[in-house]
Design a protein around this ligand. Structure first.
Ligand code: FES
Length: 383
């Protein structure tokens, strides 16, 4: 459809909607759209009447990876405030004052300014359709994105966003919850705490940071969740003792966002917890951490298409498949959403995603192509 629409509008740039028509919508929630849409154009205005060359030659279109990431929404910076030391809060609004898309706790947006694109969790009020609120920590060791957004977002400035998307969903059906936030990891956790408070569900909130001055939303956290809050401030002697956390029982869910060290420790502990009890959100995409020196190349046979694809040590399986013209959809690119799943019929899988359960991994029939790899030298996929 994209190829068709691009070519169609190139050949008929003067096409327009027939004025005065009334639209009747299909009664379908999945493919909602008008039952008919009348368009008109004057053939005398067709570009080939002036330049017959328009008809000759071909155009090449990128076939393969979906273009969801390319769909951006223009937003205006509505307000910027210093939220804590090194952390700003940015409120984004629609430039024409229209409603923005709804979101759920744990959701994030990609904030885009030209070539710079970074993910930020939403931390405003879920029901507020006028604003999307994020908090940005200036990362001294980062790749420059956070510094750019710290230095540039003056109120009134135009930026772009993709999303919201949610790969860190709150399961509202659990019996009780433990929420753990480290530093700027409070952003998705705070939205979850707000929601659990609204639902009247039992939860406890652990918020740790280096100093109070560097802990974002501290007043709001204490005001709205003070009765269930355990505050651990390092320079006051506070320390998050993960070992003291009782293993969750059935129906108890743990959600955590914070430094990698904290999340790694939790993930190690969760090996003995009930399946699916721990949910974590990493700040940094793990797929971006592919270290060619520690990886090995492997070969993939595609059973249905009869192709053999080589995956280099500095390449993900998804990248190799896409480069070979094999279309596998992708969304998060980080092993979080399950979009890039492929079926496996041979070879041993090195699972690195956060999607499959322990039982599904052991079965060895499915893998996430954006991050998981082969343990050995080859895999066979049903592609
Ligand atoms: S694209 Fe989301 S898990 Fe691979």
């Amino acid at each position: 459809m994209r190829v068709f629409l691009e070519e169609f509008t190139r050949r008929l740039p003067h096409i327009r909607l027939v004025p005065g028509q009334r639209f009747e919508y299909l009664p379908n929630t999945s493919f909602r759209g008008p039952r008919a849409l009348w368009a008109e154009w004057d053939p005398a205005e067709n570009p080939e009447r002036r330049d017959p060359g328009v008809l000759s030659g071909g155009r090449s279109f990128r076939i393969g990876a979906p273009v969801k990431d390319d769909i951006l929404r223009e937003v205006r910076v509505a307000a910027v405030a210093q939220e804590a030391q090194g952390i700003i809060r940015v409120d984004l609004a629609d430039p024409r004052g229209r409603d923005l898309p709804g979101w759920t706790p744990g959701a994030h947006i990609d904030l885009v300014d030209g070539e710079i694109r970074r993910k930020y969790s939403l931390c405003g009020t879920c029901g507020d359709r006028r604003h999307l609120t994020i908090a940005i920590l200036r990362e001294a060791e980062g790749r420059g994105g956070s510094a750019h957004f710290h230095d540039t977002p003056a109120p009134g400035r135009t930026l772009h966003v993709a999303g919201p998307r949610n790969h860190f969903r709150l399961d509202e059906a659990a019996d009780r919850y433990t929420l753990i936030a480290g530093g700027i990891g409070i952003t998705p956790i705070l939205a979850m705490a707000d929601r659990l408070r609204e639902l009247g569900r039992p939860y406890r909130l652990i918020y740790c940071g280096a100093t109070r001055a560097r802990m974002a939303f501290l007043d709001r956290v204490r005001r709205d969740h003070g009765d269930v809050l355990s505050l651990q401030v390092a320079d006051e002697g506070g320390r998050l003792d993960l070992g003291a956390l009782p293993p969750p029982e059935a129906g108890h869910q743990v959600y955590a966002c914070g430094p990698e060290r904290m999340l790694d420790a939790l993930e190690a502990m969760a090996a003995t917890w009930p399946e699916g009890a721990l949910h974590v959100e990493h700040f940094n995409p793990r797929s971006g951490l592919l270290d060619p020196d520690k990886e090995h190349a492997f070969e993939v046979q595609l059973r249905d298409s009869g192709l053999t694809v080589q995956v280099a040590s500095d390449q993900t399986l998804l990248e190799a498949l896409t480069a070979a013209g094999v279309d596998v959809p992708c969304d998060c690119g980080e092993g979080l959403c399950g979009t890039c799943e492929v079926q496996v019929s041979g070879g041993e899988i090195d699972h690195r995603d956060k999607v499959l359960s322990r039982a599904e991994r052991a079965e060895g029939r499915r893998m996430m192509s954006c991050c998981s790899r082969a343990k050995g030298k080859a895999l066979v996929l049903d592609l």
